[in-house]
Design a protein around this ligand. Structure first.
Ligand code: UDP
Ligand code: MG
Length: 332
């Protein structure tokens, strides 16, 4: 499928680049991150601010971040009141970012910082969203690779046809696209899908994803499945259509069984031999009952998911709650 073409206008490096890093229980990672970021800021071709969002960590993460921010005005820290999740953490960073370009990157340095330099080149070429596309993954289990592979292919069908395959949240977003994304305040967020949805001039930068520098993944399978479900139902009515399809199939079965039952009954009454026992067809009846009952419950369940989401969206609660901050001007 061809994606939209844009007129690209080259531009200079941003006056300021904001690097947003969500951190959840990353005490093992922060010291290494600090070292690498400090070195990296020296090679960046423009001034930078680093926005570290502590997503309600239960370890020493916030203390480490705080100490770091005390030594450098460019290091900005936001502390959440509790754990809100990766997507709200990234959103908070995007909300306070002041740069002309914003980069979202994980704390664990699985995405190499140097790739940002390539992203900046694409930014200068005129691209508004430059996403990192993984070429190869090392240090991850076959199971994780396989689930990720399926995840992206199915999501492409469900979420958006332009959803980049094998791309995570590691990306550079230019100011215009960022402001558009910031205006989308839905509670159930899938930023990659939202990025595909807004359009703009987009391009990939291919890179090799490394293993975590320290600590463990904060995205176990259960969280990944929940995230995939959020992505599917917050972007697409396909599951609802699926339940309609299921309903139709079951109804056709029911209709055919009904006709069969009528024919049986008629044949029974026409039968003049009274010694033949009429088969009441309990087995058929019970089977059909279970089938139809099950299908109705499935459809109701899917419908319920959507109603539940409407309920949560309509409450319009804040996406995150900030408990403390350092070196940051919080938006009103
Ligand atoms: N993260 C977060 N809140 C959460 C879970 C994760 O802010 O509830 C952060 C985490 O600290 C890391 C990033 O999101 O910087 C990605 O998490 P992780 O590396 O564990 O995921 P994976 O790379 O294994 O998919
Ligand atoms: Mg990671």
């Amino acid at each position: 499928m061809a994606s939209t073409h844009h007129i690209l206008q080259s531009r200079p490096n941003p006056n300021l680049i904001s690097i947003v890093i969500p951190c959840y229980n990353e005490e093992a990672v922060v010291p290494i991150l600090r070292e690498r970021i400090t070195e990296f800021m020296k090679v960046l071709p423009c001034p930078a601010e680093i926005i570290l969002v502590n997503d309600g960590s239960a370890d020493q993460t916030i203390n480490l971040l705080w100490k770091w921010a005390e030594t450098d005005q460019r290091i900005k820290v936001i502390g959440f009141a509790r754990n809100f999740g990766h997507q709200p953490a990234v959103t908070a960073g995007m909300d306070v970012a002041e740069g002309d370009a914003v980069v979202i990157i994980d704390a664990d340095l699985q995405d190499p910082l140097e790739v940002i330099l390539e992203m900046l080149k694409k930014y200068c070429d005129g691209y508004d969203i430059v996403y990192g596309q993984r070429e190869e993954r090392t240090g991850e289990s076959t199971f994780k690779l396989l689930t990720a592979w399926f995840f992206y292919r199915i999501m492409r069908k469900l979420v958006h046809k332009d959803l980049p395959v094998d791309a995570g949240d590691f990306r550079l977003i230019a100011r215009d696209a960022l402001d558009t994304l910031k205006s989308m305040r839905e509670m159930h967020r899938f930023l990659r899908g939202m990025g595909a949805w807004v359009g703009f001039a987009q391009c990939p930068v291919v890179y090799k994803r490394a293993a975590r520098v320290a600590g463990e993944t904060k995205y176990p399978l259960s969280k990944m499945l929940k995230f995939a479900w959020t992505a599917a139902v917050s972007f697409s009515a396909f599951p609802l259509r699926l339940s309609l399809g299921l309903g139709i199939v079951v109804a056709i079965f029911g209709f055919m069984a009904g006709i069969y039952a009528i024919i049986q009954a008629v044949l029974h009454f026409l039968n003049t031999n009274p010694s033949q026992v009429y088969n009441p067809g309990w087995a058929t009846l019970v089977t059909l009952l279970c089938l139809i009952g099950g299908a109705i419950l499935i459809c109701l369940g899917i419908l319920g998911e959507y109603v539940g989401r409407i309920f949560e969206e309509i409450k319009a609660r804040p996406l995150y709650i900030i408990r403390c901050s350092k070196n940051v001007t919080l938006p009103k």
